[in-house]
Design a protein around this ligand. Structure first.
Ligand code: S3P
Length: 441
């Protein structure tokens, strides 16, 4: 249990959020495919990304950790081809990380390896068929060890053949898995229906010299290129930045800057929503890192308007929706969130869990299969005591409601705060420092 107290004063100053989680996962998982040692600086060292690092280690990559950076060489990482029936079984614990699991499935399906993948209770409840089915259509041999469509499972590497696959959900994880399997497949592999889902895999594989063409709704990959090693600085995570930014929007007198933040348009949908909410913010571009635009975003406290959210923009802010829902709870008017049914298949059922947390704070919420309606209360939450919010072990729920606690009159009790370590281990310290005037930029 953690008491998230009301803010003791405005949030001020500059904060640098940790390295981007999606880019870190990809850098760690793709480095062993390069033609030599790759260097990754500014990577996110958190529970989820450490699962990817441990996975490539047990798969044979050579890893050297420096102060802040990592050097990863291919070592004995499995090559493309058929695994023999006698190949040693590699056990990989993916913990809470859907990205580790789904990207590994694509990475390993066409390589000389046998692996058993498992995860925690939350990950075991999440859908894997969306990756397993198209991989099987390419020739992958994957066997569920428990319930159909769920972890744990076993994968037996096989030579693959490229396919064209239309996704039913615009998922960057499914897209990435298929592009990775396509690197080892005969012929080309096409992924349709990616919409505005994050494009870090395409960018990174292209930078390594892979034959990846197209973008958005139709992406092709061909095997056969030698992939180059890389040297990259991971930019700050916009999904983590959402929490200090939202805190500043809700606490009177606040004015903050998040520096060094990745500004990739497939990840910054939240800034479009800020505009609709009437937030005045500035973005200063400062260069690029890992082939991604980077800059600072500054904003401060002010009145918020309700907003509507849906359609093709959902993938550009999918992980920010719990935080946006908390902002909506303090905006004037009724906010409508739709087309986000996949939120029910994240680390928790983020529609049900967010709605329950808001209701505990006295907010009127109507749940829909693919979203929710939230009646904003700019005047404050109508509760006379601190309230308990159940995080269901979900890092983004914990941080979103810690922010609600800052904006409440009596605070919020989180039943679990350790889960923030999945993506933003320094979250509580950063919020504390900003209340004391901010960290050096
Ligand atoms: C991620 C993609 C998103 C996102 C997740 C990370 C990625 O999932 O919710 O936190 O790194 O590719 P989907 O692609 O399944 O929507």
């Amino acid at each position: 249990m953690r008491h998230c107290a009301p803010a003791r004063g405005p949030l001020r100053g500059t904060v640098r959020v940790p390295g981007d989680k999606s880019v870190t996962h990809r850098a760690l998982l793709f480095a062993p495919l390069g033609d030599g040692p790759s260097r990754v600086d500014g990577w996110l060292e958190a529970e989820d990304t450490l699962r990817s690092l441990e996975a490539v280690r047990v798969l044979g990559a050579d890893i050297q950790r420096g102060r802040g950076d990592l050097v990863i060489a291919p070592g004995s990482f499995p090559q493309a081809g058929d695994a023999s029936d006698e190949a040693l079984m590699v056990d990989i614990d993916c913990g809470n990380s859907g990205t580790t699991t789904r990207l590994l499935l694509g990475l390993l399906a066409g390589r000389r390896v046998r692996a058993r993948l498992d995860g925690d209770a939350s990950l075991r409840s999440r859908p894997m068929a969306r990756v397993v089915e198209p991989l099987r259509a390419m020739g992958a041999v994957i066997r569920y060890l428990g319930e159909d469509g769920r972890l744990p499972l076993e994968i037996h590497g096989r030579s693959l053949t490229g396919i064209s696959h239309g996704m039913t959900v615009a998922s960057a994880q499914v897209k990435s898995a298929l592009l990775l399997s396509g690197l080892t497949a005969v012929g080309s592999t096409t992924v349709l229906g990616g919409g505005r889902s994050r494009d870090h895999t395409e960018r990174m594989l292209r930078a390594m010299g892979a034959k990846v063409t197209g973008d958005g709704d139709e992406i092709d990959v061909c095997s056969g290129s030698t992939l180059r090693a890389f040297d990259l600085d991971v930019p700050g995570d916009p999904s983590s930045a959402a929490f200090p930014l939202a805190s500043a929007l809700l606490v009177p007198g606040s004015q903050i800057t998040v520096a060094g933040m990745m500004l990739n348009a497939t990840r910054t949908g939240i800034s479009e929503v800020f505009r609709r909410m009437g937030v005045a913010f500035t973005v200063e571009s400062t260069g690029d890192a890992a082939g991604e635009p980077v800059g600072g975003l500054s904003l401060g406290f002010g009145p918020l308007r309700s907003f509507s959210l849906g359609g093709a923009e959902i993938p550009t802010l999918i992980d920010e929706i719990p935080m946006l829902a908390v902002l909506a709870s303090r905006a004037a008017g009724i906010t409508r969130i739709r087309d986000a049914a996949d939120l029910r298949a994240k680390e928790s059922d983020r529609i049900a869990v967010t709605a329950a947390g808001l209701r505990a704070l006295g907010v009127e919420v109507a749940e829909h299969p693919d979203g929710m309606d939230i009646v904003g209360r700019p005047e404050g939450y109508p509760v006379g005591d601190s309230v308990v919010v159940h995080t269901h072990g979900d890092h983004r729920i914990a941080m979103a409601f810690a922010v609600a606690g800052l904006a409440s009159s009596h605070g919020v009790e989180l039943d679990d705060d350790d889960c923030v370590g999945v993506s933003y281990p320094g979250f509580f310290d950063d919020i504390e420092r900003l209340q004391g005037g901010g960290a050096p930029g």
